[in-house]
Design a protein around this ligand. Structure first.
Ligand code: NAD
Length: 289
């Protein structure tokens, strides 16, 4: 299977930036999103064709970039997308979904001779635009080999994480770490500023020191200090990922004291901010406390 057309469902902040990489690599995108505004937008994008409906993609390969497993299951099962994929075809769930539910969906897909693999991403909207995403794939090795050239059009590092669900598991755990880094580095940087230090100077020091992370190297300088708060990843989706990761920690009997404290803080922020607020707003929210 070497498709020239790829169906792409879910063209929001992340999906649109990812799908826009495909035409440059020679793939035509047949796109679908529940938003009428997005469907109008893609009608004018080179290399994109708007699908007439969720079951009208007509491609052997369908990529999904949807909010969560609830929506992925709804689209595939209730809305009939899975039954519309030709036998021998492939669904690549690039959303950050629940690994256990992904495994169950893959078994359902197998019944209609469709391979479903997971391929969530890390690197944010800016990384998607630049083509520098890390893509972590869960699925059988032969499915990984088939998907790899298509995924390489979207991301820079395409890695086989393990069996079906492995990509979704490592993605959730990655985001738990990222969320914990952002909250603890925000607390430390706010404390430093209140102590009289310049946050830009602190970041310069820390980014060559052992406290550095993606939060100090990217999120604080680019989205917090600039007061742009527009990384393009919502606080609601971050909390969703943290809950998935906590589920894995609990299911495996892993100590989760700090993870739970981090989740409680993020949930408190989510309770006070709009769900679609950018996740970097957590720093401003903390600064109000
Ligand atoms: P988003 O809310 O911007 O986009 C989701 C899109 O799905 C929207 O355009 C929405 O209209 C569409 N949608 C919802 N229900 C639908 C349906 N039934 N049929 C068709 N389309 C439907 O979210 P996002 O930030 O693009 O995130 C998408 C996924 O990618 C999430 O799982 C998220 O956790 C993950 N992710 C996001 C980022 C990021 O930086 N934004 C980074 C890595 C992973």
């Amino acid at each position: 299977m070497a498709p020239s057309e790829i169906g792409f469902v879910g063209l929001g902040n992340m999906g649109m930036a990812m799908a826009r990489r495909l035409p440059a690599a020679g793939y035509q995108v047949v796109g679908y999103d529940a938003s009428a505004e997005i469907m109008r937008e893609i009608a004018g994008v080179d290399g994109f064709t708007p699908a007439p409906g969720i079951t009208g993609l007509g491609t052997d390969v369908v990529m999904l970039c949807l909010p969560d497993s609830d929506v992925v299951e709804h689209v595939l099962l209730a809305e009939g997308l899975l039954d519309s994929v030709p036998a021998g075809g492939m669904v690549i769930d690039m959303s950050s979904s629940d690994p256990a539910r992904t495994r169950a969906l893959a078994a359902r897909a197998d019944e209609v001779d469709v391979t479903l693999i997971d391929a969530p991403v890390s690197g944010g909207v800016s990384g998607a635009r630049a083509g520098t995403l890390t893509i972590m794939v869960g699925g059988p090795p032969e499915a990984f080999d088939l998907a790899r050239p298509m995924l390489a059009a979207i991301g820079k590092r395409v890695l086989h994480a393990g069996d079906t669900g492995a990509g979704h598991a490592v993605k959730a755990l990655n985001n738990l770490m990222s969320a914990a880094h952002l909250i603890v580095s925000s607390e430390a940087l706010i404390a430093g500023r209140r102590f009289g230090l310049d946050p830009a100077v602190m970041l310069d020091i820390i980014n060559g020191s052992s406290g550095r992370s993606g939060s100090t190297e990217n999120k604080w300088p680019n989205y917090v200090l600039t007061e742009k708060f527009d990384a393009g990843f919502s606080i609601r989706l971050m909390v969703k990922d943290m809950r998935l990761a906590l589920g894995i920690e609990h299911a495996t009997g892993t100590p989760s004291l700090v993870s739970e404290a981090a989740l409680a803080a993020w949930e408190a922020a989510l309770g006070e901010l709009p769900g679609d607020a950018d996740h970097t707003e957590i720093a401003r929210w903390l600064d109000r406390g």
